[in-house]
Design a protein around this ligand. Structure first.
Ligand code: NAP
Length: 329
């Protein structure tokens, strides 16, 4: 052991600049990592007797959110399209939370029929719904279409959730005070709603489509909050941070090898799914937000969204367009 210590001393003395640089780089990386981690939701609220439905809860931010809700004692419904992965996630959540009241339900947001069937099932079998978390998302896929012929990212990220939420409104109102949490993204800041070409048929670019869908999330939250005033149902939209999840599954394979090589170590610096779930959890349970509605959050705090996300006329126009697309009267 003393030989080892002596060898280390000799190394540091003869390579002190390299040693100093190594220690400084390590400390710098740790500081960046701590800064990236962001704030945690500090609320200790328990959810015994409450029901929470989370879309896309078999992985990533949704799974961490579901685990947190289960630890708080809620009845948790994982609404997922891949039933095998959803059952594996539900088993893990039951085990880690000690809460057996965790269910799996089929939901494919790229199919309006599937959305309607889930809503009907919930309305029929669940006496209450206290928190609806619209979390599921798809990012930067090729130009794909949903079963109903809508552009995939707008269809899944916005339209599917638009229909689901509207179908569950009566139950949410009956369960008031209740909350609707919409997971958007910072990407909305560079977004635009292409009212004249909503499916981006003229010029499809994956990043333009993702930004449009995430702006639609914030505008939907805003208009929904206006329509729900006085109902006891409050609405929150949010950016979870940049999180190490499977969201990049369509983007990553398209990157040049050198970009992927740089990206892999950088992934270690960005937020974990647990850290990424904190703002969603904050919006779902934080007591001080009980009377707030229609606002946008990031890092467990209220933030001002981009100007185009504050446009009342665009929010109303998007609502009308979405309602006609999904066949809501
Ligand atoms: N990760 C980030 O850095 C980041 C940043 C900003 C915003 N967000 C937002 O955070 C939310 C969660 O994303 P994540 O990062 O946790 O990504 P993720 O790990 O890819 O999880 C996405 C979830 O959505 C589900 N999903 C996708 N298409 C669906 C469909 N047609 N029907 C039902 N479920 C579907 C996925 O199911 P499968 O497993 O079956 O595909 C998965 O459960 C998304 O709304 C995303 O836009 C993430």
């Amino acid at each position: 052991m003393s030989n080892y210590v002596q060898a280390m001393k000799d190394f540091v003395e003869s390579h002190y600049i390299a040693t100093f640089a190594f220690v400084a780089a390590g400390a710098g990386l740790l500081a960046i990592r701590r800064w990236m981690a962001g704030r945690a939701c500090l609320s200790k609220v328990m959810l015994d007797g409450k029901t929470v439905l989370i879309t896309g809860a078999n992985t990533g931010i949704g799974k961490e959110t579901a685990l947190d809700m289960a630890k708080r004692g809620a009845r948790v419904i994982l609404a997922c399209r891949d039933m095998t992965r959803a059952h594996i996630a539900a088993d893990m959540i039951r085990q880690q939370s000690g809460n057996g009241n965790v269910l799996v339900k089929k939901l494919d947001l790229a199919c309006l029929q599937s959305v309607r069937e889930l809503a009907k099932d919930i309305e029929k079998n669940e006496p209450r719904l206290d928190i609806l978390i619209n979390n599921a998302g798809i990012m930067m896929c090729p130009k794909w279409a949903t079963e109903d012929g809508f552009e995939m990212q707008f269809g899944v990220n916005h339209l599917g959730h638009f229909l689901l939420t509207n179908c569950l409104l009566d139950l949410l109102k009956k369960s008031a005070p209740s909350r609707i949490v919409i997971v958007s993204s910072l990407a909305h800041e560079r977004g635009k709603i292409h009212f004249d070409d909503i499916n981006l048929d003229k010029d499809y670019r994956p990043e333009i489509s993702y930004r449009q869908s995430k702006l639609a999330n914030v505008l939907f939250g805003k208009e929904l909050a206006t329509r729900l005033q006085g109902s006891g149902v409050t609405v929150y939209s949010l950016h979870p941070g940049v999180i190490r999840t499977e969201l990049g599954r369509h983007l990553f394979p398209t990157l040049a090898v050198w970009k992927r090589t740089i990206a892999i170590p950088l992934m270690m610096l960005i937020k974990t799914p647990w850290e990424g779930a904190q703002t969603t959890i904050y919006c779902a349970v934080e007591e001080s937000l009980a009377n707030d509605s229609g606002f946008y959050y990031s890092d467990c705090a209220r933030k001002t969204p981009a100007p185009q996300a504050q446009d009342d006329d665009a929010a109303k126009r998007l609502w009308d367009l979405s309602a006609s697309m999904v066949g809501l009267g």
